[in-house]
Design a binder for this molecule. Structure first.
Ligand code: GLA
Length: 394
């Protein structure tokens, strides 16, 4: 479903559930990170793009007259047919169902900024695969923040919005994530990647509209549950490396300096730092390659990123490695420029840069070979770089 169809779909769901049409419809996309993995919380660079997969919400004020309805936000999950009720008369706290915490965290952030949360009836659904490393949670958070903008009539700066959503993830989902996912969901632009300097928060939109190439998202359809603790552990190891090297963050360290300081680090912490420092460099170079439509070069950086994530950072897994191996076997001759795991790791998705004309054949080949190797059916789709969060109606 494209965004227009999706908007019509959620409007119908709202109408069905609440018996009247919605007044507002808002959406926020998921993302795929082209390169720059595990660099955001090290003050480095990332290069994500928003994808044509969205969290979408339709909403209206509750009908006048019902007093109890004025004290809460009712959220109907139109996909799983489940309802969350959030009390807005007091500071919003964590609660159930679990997914409602992404919304609760954002509402709490607005409250902390002195915004009076309006009572609402909401219907929502998401086409961002859950837990697939495509930022389904950031999409939901940014979508909620966008709904608040629509319903209160007060726009907030998109960077402020992204930071508020990130805070929600930290405080209400317990994931000490960086700023990439919420930034791209809030600030994405059609046909552009977003080169984000996570230290200065400066952004540059890098055009990517060459019709001769396409990006494929390959979902391994596995998720290894160790991801939560492993993410925090990687972050702590990076902080340890920076502290032992006497700098604020790994952004401040060159490859040479890392070598010179090697004796001060344990073997594991050294390798973690080597990934981050190399990845920051690769991301800057890959952005340059994209500006020049130099796809073979971009592809090489993608492969190098994967090997580094697999060997030094150790956040890949057998299924992600299998996809990259299959992509490499198809090779440049078969139309694949590069491929790598994307997102936090331990399952989820790979991203491949391919010749547009060969995309269908490559999709079939990866699908078949992955199934043979792992026994699992992958989900594969291609997406143009999509726009960030939008108010579709209201
Ligand atoms: C997750 C986090 C991001 C980023 C990536 C790894 O998606 O939410 O902030 O750290 O992992 O690049």
């Amino acid at each position: 479903m494209n965004l227009k169809e999706l908007a019509a779909h959620i409007a119908a769901k709202f109408q069905n559930h609440y018996g009247r049409p919605p007044r507002w419809i808002v959406a926020a996309p998921g993302r795929v990170n082209v390169i720059g993995e595990h660099t955001d919380y090290n003050d480095g660079f990332v290069l994500p793009m928003a994808i044509e997969r969205y969290a979408i919400m339709a909403a209206d004020s509750p009908p006048r007259g019902s007093v109890s309805a004025q004290s809460k936000i009712t959220v109907f999950d139109a996909h799983f047919d489940e309802t969350a009720t959030i009390d807005i008369t007091a500071p919003v706290t964590k609660g159930s169902p679990k997914w409602s915490n992404y919304l609760r965290g954002v509402l709490a952030g607005f409250q902390q900024r002195g915004v009076k949360i309006p009572a609402l009836d909401v219907a929502f659904l998401s086409t961002v695969p859950l837990g697939g490393g495509l930022s389904s949670s950031a999409a939901l958070e940014v979508c909620t923040a966008t709904l608040m903008e629509a319903a209160t009539g007060e726009r907030i700066d998109p960077i402020e919005k992204a930071l508020l959503a990130q805070q929600a993830e930290h405080d209400f989902a317990g994931v000490p994530c960086g700023i990439m996912d919420q930034f791209i969901s809030a600030l994405g632009r059609e046909d552009h990647l977003l080169l984000l300097d996570c230290r200065t928060r400066q952004t540059e939109l890098v055009p990517m509209s060459d019709p001769s190439v396409a990006l494929l998202v390959i979902n391994t359809n596995v998720k290894h549950e160790l991801s939560g603790g492993e993410y925090a552990e990687r972050r702590a190891q990076c902080e340890e490396a920076a502290a032992k090297l006497g700098v604020k963050s790994l952004r401040d360290v060159t490859a040479d300096q890392l070598e010179q300081g090697r004796a001060r680090l344990s073997e594991i912490v050294f390798r973690r730092a080597r990934h981050v420092i190399g990845e920051i460099e690769r991301t800057v170079h890959a952005a340059e390659g994209i500006r020049q439509n130099n796809w073979p070069t971009v592809g090489q950086f993608m492969y190098a990123s994967h090997y580094s994530l697999r060997d030094d950072y150790e956040v890949s897994c057998a299924e992600l490695d299998a996809v990259v191996e299959i992509a490499e076997a198809i090779g440049a001759q078969g139309g694949v420029y590069g491929c790598r795991m994307t997102g936090g790791g331990f399952g989820g998705c790979c991203v491949a840069l391919v010749q547009a004309g060969a995309a269908e054949a490559i999709t079939r080949k990866i699908g078949a070979d992955y199934k043979t190797k792992t026994g699992i059916d992958p989900t594969i789709f291609s997406s143009r770089p999509a726009a960030g969060a939008t108010i579709i109606k209201g």
